[in-house]
Design a protein around this ligand. Structure first.
Ligand SMILES: [Fe+2]
Length: 384
């Protein structure tokens, strides 16, 4: 066990079917009046934004709707939103959507509160003071951004994913409403669900793990193993949707406190360079990352295997661990996610550069096993 750990959850989490359309009391408690909404076109097209806006009309003034956030939001897009929020004198940000709108909203809060340019605040604990309040309403079950102190924003000048980390970035309220995730198509349901699984697995083996995040991570793994297939195959299965939404939020709480590892480091490199969906990238790297790390913390991978539903049956730890890794790979296959880098448009000659980028990604610093650039390249080759 760690000699020192820290654990905290700064977000009030509310769960209820239909809750996103009843935000009045939550906004009253925050004492805000001027609401700026951040969303993406997919949320608008799925008809998710209109009822939320309608439900807000009696409780607050909507001073802006910024609904042009792309799948991989950029520094320029955040600055565009921040300028609009500043001009509108917003005092509450409501973000609705997947990781991209939620992280964009976090970036907008930084600039809205502190002024200047987003890039002034990049890095770890650079933000000087508490931010304008934020309500996060996830419409995917993946990032956990609704409860994390992180934002990942693409710097399109450098093709790099930039990380912002500060406890001030944690949203004030997370609204978990499974009805909003029903319209998510199978491919995105699968990829975002695998992202949540990678959060739970990486957190559980991270050098910063603690008994608090362990509990959240193991429960999330169990819930994802038992519900992701149903959510992918029958989008209207509201039980599976609800379980996935809760599991992703729990995994988010775990990684908010115990961070990531080699899988996310490789995935950030891939997302920055080739704009591969974050969840798909994590899914591709999960088996190889798990195999690499299981050499140093095998007992943790036995527990992951159990959470994935593997029965030990008197077999050796190494057999159980191998089955746990296979269970993750099989889940990805069953959900129809690409499993190789060549399937997502990555040319073989790009692998050395990806290894180089992953080597300095912040996520790798909490990996339980120190990886050399050559070992990262080996993992990339194995998944190509
Ligand atoms: Fe992630």
């Amino acid at each position: 066990m760690q000699e020192f750990f820290e654990f905290g959850i700064g977000t009030r989490v509310l769960y209820k079917l239909g809750l996103a359309n009843e935000l009045g009391p939550v906004i009253d408690e925050l004492g805000s009046q001027r609401v700026f909404i951040v969303a993406d076109k997919g949320v608008v097209a799925a008809g998710l934004l209109a009822p939320v806006v309608e439900g807000l009309r009696d409780s607050a003034e909507i001073v802006g709707i910024f609904d042009s956030v792309p799948a991989n939001s950029s520094v320029a897009k955040v600055m565009e939103g921040a300028e609009a929020a500043i001009a509108a004198q917003a005092d509450l940000i409501i973000a609705i959507g997947g990781g991209s709108p939620l992280d964009t909203a976090k970036g907008i809060r930084i600039v809205l509160t502190n002024g200047g340019h987003l890039l002034d605040y990049q890095g770890y604990n650079v933000i000087p003071a508490p931010l304008t309040p934020m309500i996060a309403i996830p419409t995917t079950s993946g990032t956990g951004s609704e409860v994390t102190p992180f934002a990942v924003i693409l710097d399109d000048d450098q093709d790099l994913k930039l990380s912002f980390a500060s406890r001030y970035l944690v949203p004030d309220v997370a609204i978990l409403d499974p009805l909003l995730t029903r319209s998510l198509p199978p491919g995105l349901t699968a990829a975002t669900g695998m992202d949540a699984l990678s959060h739970a697995i990486e957190t559980f083996v991270s050098t910063e793990n603690s008994p608090f995040s362990d509990g959240l991570a193991l429960t999330a793994i169990d819930m994802i193993a038992n519900n992701l297939r149903d959510a992918v195959q029958s989008g209207n299965d509201i039980d599976a949707r609800g379980q996935m939404l809760i599991a992703a939020c729990m995994a988010g709480m775990a990684c908010a406190n115990s961070y990531f590892g080699v899988i996310h480091a490789l995935s950030h490199a891939l997302g920055g360079k080739f704009h591969v969906h974050h969840g798909t990238a994590n899914s591709i790297f999960m088996p190889v990352g798990m195999r690499f790390n299981s050499a140093v913390v095998p007992h943790r991978y036995v527990r992951i295997a159990h959470a994935m539903g593997v029965i030990a049956g008197g077999r050796s730890d190494s057999e159980v661990i191998a089955d746990g890794i296979s269970a993750v790979a099989t889940l990805a296959l069953d959900c129809g996610i690409p499993t190789r880098l060549r399937d997502v448009g990555v040319p073989e000659e790009a692998l050395p550069e990806l290894a180089e980028i992953a080597m300095v990604d912040g996520a790798i610093f909490h990996n339980p096993r120190i990886a050399t650039e050559a070992e990262l390249l080996e993992m990339l080759k194995e998944t190509w």
